[in-house]
Design a binder for this molecule. Sequence first.
Ligand code: ATP
Length: 267
Amino acid sequence: MTTILKIDNLHQYFERGTVNENHVLKGIDLEINQGDFITIIGGNGAGKSTLLNSIAGTLPIEEGQMFLGSKNITKQNVVKRSKQISRVFQDPKMGTAVRLTVEENLAIALKRGKPRGFTKGVKAINRNFFREQLATLNLGLEDRLQAEIGLLSGGQRQAITLLMATIVKPELILLDEHTAALDPKTSALVMALTEKLITEQALTAFMVTHNMEDAIKYGNRLIMLHQGTIAVDIAGEEKQNLTVTDLLDLFHKQSGSAIKDDSLLLV
Ligand SMILES: Nc1ncnc2c1ncn2[C@@H]1O[C@H](COP(=O)(O)OP(=O)(O)OP(=O)(O)O)[C@@H](O)[C@H]1O
């Protein structure tokens, strides 16, 4: 099995050395294998965003090491990492240029990892490619190439953001509660689209969610963070057969505490 991302003994602190010191990640060891679709769940303040920010490079690593393939990326900045690691945020506005059109945004995404240069307009050959790609989303967006992204609905924007994050195949895609701001029906649609893109392109994905049902339904592996440590890490058949009740039981057993956080009980 090929390891895409390896995290060794990752510690993250906020306000380190002060009376307010918060030791948020406490020695995370994690190997993400090629083709893994991992769902991450955990209570408020468990460290999910901090882990995602550490992987994306928006938060410098305090202690520990991180490898992308065989390359040590511990000190690599977010711009360099973004060539291989793409990210979709909760806020549909993040990750897109809201004043630019759909096709202009896709043209920017198509340049990920390539030398930057400004070419005005969108080439006809790319326009056709974008139209084909948008048609696969089944949202009629292939006819909205010249629409300003900011004018589309949240669901349409998240669908386009997903396309932008995958139009150049990333080594790893980070999904940061990317359906949390959507209504349940749109959220289900975007999740189905997410699964389709991940499966068709054989992507490796790491998805933070507050929704236990989604965490169970999607992906081949589930990780539960609790107070900065990995409390549960299950995969394969064990994950497939999991129910929400099992997951809660497992959490109690592993962490030795009951879930007090209502946000986790969204089922
Ligand atoms: N920039 C920051 N400065 C100081 N403390 C922070 C910062 N970001 C996060 N924290 C603290 O770190 C801890 C972990 O936060 P984090 O956002 O990683 O948790 P989370 O699991 O993503 O929670 P949530 O589900 O609420 O988003 C919390 O106690 C939080 O208050």
